[in-house]
Design a protein around this ligand. Structure first.
Ligand code: 5AD
Ligand code: SF4
Length: 443
C-alpha cells in the first residue's frame, strides 16, 4: 500500500478563500495527500492568504517566521503560499521569504500536481497567471473542518468593480460565472449528504450571469433553482453590491421560505462624497432606496454591512454621515475596518492616505460602539418571538446545549434534548446579549 503524505492548509481572509481551500484539498487528495490537523506532522503546509488589509498580510508574515523554524527541523517540509497575497506579490515573495517553495495564485490550483513535482525535483515553483474562465466547476470540494450542516458553494470568481480602496480586482482577476448545472448538482449532492444550509459565494453575486444557447440565467433565476433543490435546504448568499440588488431578487427571496431573510449589503461609508471617491457607483440616497425596498418586499429581513473608517480625506462631517446612516438603517450586524492603503489600488495612486492613525482609530471605535448598541437593540426586538433554528453544533459553554441560526442569521443557544446538528428546532427567544439569543424549546 502506498503511504499517504500529509497536508495542512491554513486559511486566512474571506469565505471565498475557505471555499478555495476545499478545492485545493480535493486536488491534493488525488495526489495522495491526506489532510492532517497536526501541523508538525505535515509534509506539505499551504497558507491560503488574504491581502485585503495590511494587517492580514502581516499575520501571514508572522506565521511564515514560525514555519521557518519548523522547516529547519524538518528539511523535507514543503511550504507553499496560495491566494491573494501570492497573486499580489508573486516572485517577490520567493526573494523575501526564502523558505517558501511554492507560490500559487487563486486561478492556478489546477496546476498543483505539476508545481509540486517541480518542487520535489528541487526547484521553486510558481504560477500566478490569472484566468478569464477558470471556475473550478468540475472539482468536487472536500468539505474540511465544517459542521456537516452548512457549506459554501462558489458560484463566481473575480471582481471588476475596481472600488478605489480594494485590492481584489488585482488579486482575483476578471469576473466570471460558473455553469449553473454544476452549482445545482453540488447543492443537490450536499443535501443528500446531510447538509442543510448552503451559502452561494461570489465577490458580487448580483452580477452572476450564465449564457448558453441564447438562454441567459441571472442571479435571481439561479437562486430560485437552488432553492428548489429541497425545501429543507436553507440558502444564503454573499456578497451583494448595492448598485445592483434588484427588486426582482428581493421578490425571489420573499417568495421562498428556505431562502434566508438576511442580506449583507456593504455601505462602506454614509457620505455620498466618500462613496464617489471610493468609486462605489451609488449615493447614500440610492443605498437608502435599496434598504427601503428590502423593508417593503421582505419585512423582518436582517441587514448587515461593511464599513470603512478613515478613508482618504474623510472629514468629521463625512464620519458623522456614516454614523447617521448606521442609525437610519439600524444594522443587525456589521464588519468594521480602519482604512488600510493597498499598493497599486486607485486610491493608493490618486489620494494621500491622510487621516491620522489616531483619528482613524477613534472613528472606528465610535462606529464599533454604535454597532454594539444597534446589535443589542436588534436582538432585544426578538425576545418573546418564535423562530425555526437550524441546529449547527454543540454549544461551547455546555454540552447540554446546542447552537444554531435563525433565518435572519442570528445565533441562538437552546436546550439540546434529543436534537442533533442538522435538525430544525422551533424555539422561543427568552433573553439575549448583543451577540447571542437564548431560546426555549417550543414543543
Ligand atoms: N482597507 C480597509 N477595509 C477594506 N475593505 C476592502 N478593502 C479595504 C481596505 N483597503 C473592506 C470593505 C470590504 C470588506 C471585505 O473589506 O469593507 O467590503
Ligand atoms: Fe478574500 Fe479579498 Fe482577502 Fe482575497 S483579499 S482573501 S478576496 S478578502
Amino acid at each position: 500500500m502506498e503511504i499517504k503524505k500529509k497536508s495542512f492548509i491554513e486559511t486566512y481572509g474571506c469565505q471565498m478563500n475557505f471555499s478555495d481551500s476545499e478545492i485545493v484539498a480535493s486536488i491534493l487528495e488525488k495526489l495522495n495527500y491526506e489532510p492532517t490537523t497536526d501541523i508538525k506532522a505535515a509534509d506539505l503546509i499551504l497558507l491560503n492568504t488574504c491581502s485585503i488589509r495590511d494587517n492580514a498580510e502581516q499575520r501571514v508574515r508572522n506565521r511564515l517566521n514560525e514555519l521557518h523554524a519548523l522547516k529547519r527541523k524538518h528539511p523535507g517540509l514543503v511550504i507553499g503560499l496560495l491566494g491573494c497575497m501570492a497573486e499580489r506579490l508573486k516572485d517577490k515573495l520567493l526573494e523575501e521569504e526564502r523558505h517558501i517553495d511554492l507560490i500559487v495564485g487563486p486561478d492556478g490550483y489546477r496546476q498543483l500536481p505539476q508545481l509540486l513535482e517541480q518542487v520535489e525535483s528541487g526547484q521553486k515553483a510558481i504560477n500566478v497567471l490569472l484566468s478569464a474562465d477558470e471556475t473550478y466547476a468540475d472539482i468536487n470540494p472536500v468539505r474540511t473542518g465544517g459542521s456537516g450542516v452548512t457549506a459554501f458553494i462558489s458560484i463566481m470568481r473575480g471582481c471588476e468593480n475596481f472600488c478605489a480602496y480594494c485590492v481584489v480586482p488585482y488579486t482575483r482577476g476578471k469576473e466570471r460565472s460558473r455553469n449553473p448545472q454544476t452549482i445545482v448538482k453540488e447543492a443537490f449532492e450536499l443535501f443528500e449528504q446531510g447538509f442543510r444550509e448552503i451559502t452561494l459565494l461570489g465577490q458580487n453575486v448580483n452580477s452572476y450571469r450564465w449564457e448558453d444557447n441564447g438562454i441567459s440565467i441571472d442571479f435571481p433565476a439561479l437562486l430560485e433553482e437552488v432553492a428548489s433543490v429541497n425545501p429543507l435546504l436553507r440558502v444564503r448568499f454573499a456578497t451583494s453590491h448595492p448598485k445592483d440588488i434588484s427588486d426582482d431578487l428581493l421578490e425571489v427571496i420573499a417568495s421562498h421560505e428556505n431562502i434566508c431573510k438576511s442580506i449583507h449589503l456593504p455601505i462602506q461609508s454614509g457620505s455620498t462624497h466618500m462613496l464617489e471617491m471610493m468609486k462605489r457607483s451609488y449615493s447614500r440616497d440610492c443605498y437608502m432606496d435599496r434598504i427601503a425596498a428590502i423593508r417593503r418586499i421582505i419585512p423582518g429581513c436582517a441587514v448587515t454591512t461593511d464599513i470603512i473608517a478613515g478613508f482618504c480625506s474623510e472629514t468629521e462631517e463625512d464620519h458623522q454621515h456614516t454614523i447617521s446612516a448606521m442609525r437610519e438603517v439600524g444594522y443587525d450586524y456589521a464588519y468594521m475596518f480602519k482604512y488600510s492603503e493597498r499598493p497599486n489600488t486607485i486610491a493608493a495612486k490618486k489620494y494621500p492616505d491622510d487621516v491620522p492613525e489616531e483619528v482613524k482609530s477613534r472613528r472606528l471605535d465610535e462606529i464599533i460602539g454604535l454597532q454594539q448598541e444597534l446589535s443589542l437593540k436588534s436582538n432585544k426586538r426578538e425576545v418573546g418571538k418564535e423562530f425555526v433554528v437550524l441546529a449547527e453544533g454543540v454549544s461551547k459553554r455546555s454540552d447540554q446545549q446546542l447552537f444554531g441560526r435563525t433565518s435572519q442569521n442570528k445565533v441562538v443557544v437552546f436546550q439540546r434534548d434529543a436534537f442533533k446538528p442538522g435538525d430544525y428546532v422551533k424555539v422561543k427567544i427568552v433573553s439575549c446579549t448583543a451577540a447571542t439569543l437564548r431560546g426555549e424549546l417550543v414543543l
